[in-house]
Write a protein that binds this ligand. Structure first.
Ligand SMILES: Nc1nc2c(ncn2[C@@H]2O[C@H](COP(=O)(O)OP(=O)(O)OP(=O)(O)O)[C@@H](O)[C@H]2O)c(=O)[nH]1
Length: 318
């Protein structure tokens, strides 16, 4: 076989390979007109090589960030060096639908991109090659892991039944608020409250109905609070609220509103409609408590007084 014929054959194989490789290959001239478009690009875009040849890329793909790509390509051409971008910087350049059944959770194909300069015989950069790698499997795996980690972090901070902060997390907030008071001296109040005769709810209607009541307490309280107020589930049927920038009188008004909403609400459990009440203790932070624990004890004493005074009431620690 003549040398020329051999070369022609190997060129043919090479083109065949580039056509079928599982990487998107695009050759552009420096005016962004498409010069080559392989099978991967045809399959995922639905646009054939013959149709796109000599067309400006941005006309057919208006979603492509033109300024960004132009900047990248210009520096590749100027410096005659490759550039890379990962899906973490920019999820994709070409908005191709994700066609992989395993990673069906993602709508679009995640892509890594390499931009390579192609020099002519004179050594001048004449064309640019874009290599588009489908990294949907890697990206969706990493994103799922991140979501799971976020979920875990959230779960370790919250109470499963109510979604409120759990005791440990909430106590940390009380401690932080205590320290903030020592520095800035702004009025701050702490609330402890507890469902009245909750044992009877469990005894009469069962534990699951009791759980429904606890959830109702959490939901009703939350709707009566501001974003900056932190509510936690302190124990079984005991809750705590930190009210920043709120004095005892302000806290009393808020707590009366919560107490009344609960008194007038009816929890529609699967067993029976249940009415219930809560008792509330408030302690505005002053100079006395030497630690956040002492502050908690003050609020707890006020709660005890509310129970002793007949329940379904709000008492402020004196
Ligand atoms: N359903 C349910 N019950 C709980 C949960 N945690 C604690 N309890 C119950 O809450 C009840 C609390 O009872 P007590 O401490 O005697 O208080 P109480 O009956 O509310 O009486 P007072 O607080 O004095 O009004 C107990 O029966 C606990 O078993 C929970 O997560 N779900």
């Amino acid at each position: 076989m003549a040398i020329d014929e051999l070369e022609a054959q190997s060129f043919h194989w090479l083109v065949d390979m580039l056509e079928s490789v599982e990487v998107g290959l695009v050759v552009l001239d420096l005016e962004f007109r498409v010069q080559a478009w392989n099978g991967f690009m045809e399959n995922h875009s639905g646009i054939t090589a013959s149709k796109i040849r000599n067309r400006v890329l941005f006309e057919l793909f208006p979603d492509i960030p033109e300024a960004w790509l132009t900047r990248k390509v210009d520096s590749v051409a100027l410096l005659n060096t490759r550039a890379f971008t990962s899906w973490e910087q920019r999820p994709y350049l070409f908005k191709f639908r994700n066609t992989r059944p395993i990673t069906g959770t993602e709508d679009y194909m995640f892509q890594n991109l390499t931009i390579s300069p192609l020099s002519g015989t004179t050594g001048q950069v004449e064309k640019i090659c874009l290599m588009v790698y489908d990294v949907t499997d890697i990206a969706s795996g990493k994103r799922a892991l991140e979501r799971a980690n976020e979920q875990l972090a959230k779960l370790s901070m919250t109470d499963r039944l109510t979604g409120l902060l759990n005791r440990g997390t909430w106590e940390n907030l009380v401690d932080a608020e205590f320290e903030r008071y020592r520095r800035y001296n702004q009025a701050t109040s702490l609330v402890m409250f507890d469902i009245d005769f909750f044992k009877k709810v469990n005894d009469n209607y069962g534990h699951l109905a009791g759980d429904e009541v606890i959830k109702d307490t959490a939901a009703t309280t939350k709707t009566n609070l501001r974003q900056s107020d932190s509510i936690g589930r302190y124990g079984g049927e005991e809750f705590g609220i930190v009210l920043p920038e709120t004095d005892a009188e302000g806290a009393r008004i808020i707590c009366e509103r919560i107490r009344e909403s609960i008194e007038h609400s009816v929890v529609q459990t699967s067993v029976a409609p249940i009415r219930y009440t809560v008792s509330v203790g408030i302690a505005q932070l002053g100079d006395k408590p030497k630690s956040y624990m002492e502050w908690l004890q003050q609020a707890d004493k006020a709660l005890y007084a509310a129970k002793k005074g007949g329940r379904n009431r709000v008492v402020v620690f004196e």
